[in-house]
Design a protein around this ligand. Sequence first.
Ligand code: GLN
Length: 393
Amino acid sequence: MKAKHSRPLVSPKTTSLSESVIREMTRLADRHGALNLAQGFPDFAAPAKIKAAAVKAIEQDYNQYAVTWGSPNLRRAISEKAEWFNGIHSDPDKNVTVTCGSTEAMMATVMALADAGDEVIMFEPAYENYIPSTILAGATPKPVPLGPEFGLDEEALKAAFNRRTKLVIVNTPHNPSGKVLTRDELQVVADLCEDYEAVAVTDEIYEHILYDGREHVSLATLGSMADRTVTISGISKTYTATGWMVGYTIAQQTLTNAIRKVHDYMTVCAPAPMQEASAFALRLPKSFYSNLAKSYQKKRDFMVEGLGDIGFEFFEPEGAYYILADFGRLSRSDDTKFATSMTIDCGVAVVPGSSFYSDGRKGRRQVRFSYSKKDSTLEEAVAKMSRYFSGKA
Ligand code: GLN
């Protein structure tokens, strides 16, 4: 028997959200045995030393809850690394919070800082999670388009700011375009945050994946932005351990105290053994990071050449590990049809471009490739696409 309900069974906040298209494309890839260039996670192994540190942590019995806001050892390691790499000064006891991945870090931050009536600015195209985090916090998303070559559009950003602007989410290196924001572009954001007393929330998860000698700039290091920035990063992309779900926030004490409360009631703590292993990872020698960037640069060069030869058009990534490509020369279909037939008929899964825009029409001719994959996977993917599209461009 079907019960009658005059009231909605579920919160309208959830009905306004759609399932993540990125995760859905992974399910489709798995069902059809396609190479997964859709979801941004590596198909190669995490470094042996890091894996050994995780095994050791379990054997040493780090198997009960960690301190809610992060094991002291990990918070110290985060603080040390933020100092030498990002130039951010922090006290591990007052400013650092360990979360279940940077995804939870973002959600806990938006919930802790924004309310109904507040606006949250994000730049589009944008990683899929920012709008849902804002909606679930009860606040209002305010997407602002990026300019040519995914640079900051100063006029559009200025026009979006108003007295309801509470947060600005900044992601550099950028998913899905690969753009790295310059110091000057970040300064524009900093000035507006100061003028409007808004808080910047940065997603810096790709901070170590930069090409051609580019430098990563953390917004928190500009002027007095340390007072009004929540810096988010994590273990997953830098250490090839996306499934560990260890992320963190760094922020001044008032912001941190609020974030810690949300984090505590939402998840209590990130997995304890993974926290110990993450502390080990964060203390790897500096050469680890330059080798990581070098290896991704090789993958980028390979994909830029391969996709270009096939007939895709795109901005050449400056960082991160994605290419957002226009397929207009290859097909007249829309992005969802194109991505579905790429997955099922060509055997290479990609993400439809519309999932990175609040107005999906803007991504109708785009798909996103992730190249955080073994060289052999990328070679096979390019070979499959070359055969599939031969003669179409
Ligand atoms: N950031 C990755 C991507 O954009 C995946 C993140 C996730 O699915 N949790 O594909």
